[in-house]
Design a binder for this molecule. Structure first.
Ligand code: ADP
Length: 398
């Protein structure tokens, strides 16, 4: 069974073709600058060199057609006919309160994704464009939606409700939703496998740290709290997003400086976080380098980031009434030895002891706590595409 996994942005489309018997990736690629001058496609068949080309790609439908041409190509393709393609699985950012699980896409599901556009105005429209493009190009292939928010739908009301007048929740759906759910789900389950223990016995704090970051409390395999909320701004310091703030301070700033809601949104999403504090870069590699040569604001950004993660680990251990494992994933979590060390130092009181030499790894699965550490600390590279492919297989096989 072959499954194509798609992650559609407004001007980009990432894809991976899986053989779901072996769960191997047969080919993958990126279509970039869709609808913009100089559109490109980069395609890689597993085990071969990548092929790239620049061509006119005005919309997602043309992009999907181009992807299918590459997948069928005699030299660098991975399908002999489109009939071999059993299903397409999509990453969809927001499923609101309607979807706690992945679903086969039909008209009703499309309507709900559309209905969630106000909750994710940048992402859901792009996801819908991708789904509709596949409907046009591959009308007979079943499609599945896997939502970033779904895993966090198990949060109890005390964790997801904000302290505003309750009718704002009832009427305007203002609540914590959380994101990166597919990643938190994957690394929590992989942690249970690595530790050889059933997930329903484990209390895990999962730290997804990339350009966007979130921490989740996963109790017995279910998300019970997470640091992103209604939007993707709160929680720990991110590349360009602010993390937790006092909302009244934002109102104060807007009033004092005459900043419009749109301009404020730009500040919160694009000018804040590690970039805003350091004034150097949103990329943690640049920050680590600057901090190592004594740059004070880079050091402050690094300290704020790690301090924030530690606070969430402590809070979520308290929220779950215990903790068995802490897991690091995504670009920073998988690769930054320094960040893991700064977060891990001083967690001994919680029963979590980082092993400095075991921590000296990048981008691979490892237990990085000491043998005596009651709480295990792990690095688990995330694999959201595999979760999407697995859910797609399960749902399409009925
Ligand atoms: P996204 O949220 O866009 O998927 P990623 O998960 O790819 O982001 O993470 C990007 C972040 O990972 C960047 O801040 C980058 O600096 C950081 N990163 C990647 N490699 C390293 C490394 N070797 N050391 C420190 N940080 C790294």
């Amino acid at each position: 069974m072959k499954v194509l996994v798609l992650n559609c942005g407004s001007s980009s489309l990432k894809y991976q073709l899986f053989d779901m018997t072996s769960e191997e990736v047969l080919a993958k690629g990126l279509v970039d600058r869709i609808g913009i001058e100089g559109s490109t496609i980069k395609h890689t068949k597993t085990g071969q060199a990548s092929v790239s080309s620049t061509t006119d790609i005005p919309n997602h439908k043309v992009a999907i057609r181009l992807v299918t041409e590459h997948l069928l190509d005699a030299n660098h393709g991975a399908l002999s006919s489109l009939n071999e393609l059993s299903a397409v699985g999509h990453r969809v950012v927001h499923g609101g309160e309607k979807f706690a699980k992945s679903v086969v896409i039909d008209q009703e599901v499309l309507d709900v994704i559309e209905d969630c556009v106000p909750l994710a105005p940048l992402h859901n429209p792009a996801n819908l464009m991708g789904i509709r493009a596949v409907l046009d190009v591959l009308p007979d292939v079943p499609q599945v939606a896997v939502f970033d928010t779904a895993f966090h739908q198990s949060m109890p009301p005390k964790a997801f409700t904000y302290g505003l007048p309750y009718h704002y929740y009832e009427e305007s759906r203002l609540r914590r939703y959380g994101f990166h759910g597919t990643s938190h789900f994957y690394v929590a389950n992989r942690t249970a496998e690595i530790l050889g223990r059933p997930i329903d016995e484990l209390k895990i704090v999962t730290c997804h740290m990339g350009n966007g970051s979130s921490i989740a409390a996963v109790d017995g395999g279910k998300s019970v709290d997470t640091s992103l909320g209604f939007s993707t701004v709160p929680g720990i310091l991110m590349g360009t997003r602010a993390g937790d703030l006092d909302p009244v301070m934002v109102l104060h700033l807007m009033e004092q400086e005459g900043i419009s809601p749109k301009a404020m949104s730009h500040i919160l999403h694009k000018e804040s976080g590690v970039l805003g504090i350091s004034g150097i870069s949103s990329d943690l590699r640049d920050i680590e380098e600057a901090a190592s040569t004594g740059n004070e604001r880079a050091t402050l950004a690094l300290e704020m980031l790690c301090y924030g993660v530690r606070k969430y680990i402590g809070a979520y251990a308290a929220a779950m009434g215990g903790i068995d494992a802490i897991v690091f994933t995504a670009g920073i979590g998988e690769n930054s030895i320094l960040v893991r060390q700064m977060v891990g130092e001083g967690l001994d009181f919680l029963g979590a002891s980082l092993d400095i030499s075991r921590n000296n790894i990048r981008g691979k699965e490892a237990i990085i706590s000491t043998d005596n550490s009651r709480v295990k600390i792990l690095v688990v590279p995330t694999n959201e595409e595999l979760v999407i492919a697995r859910d797609t297989r399960t749902l399409v096989n009925g």
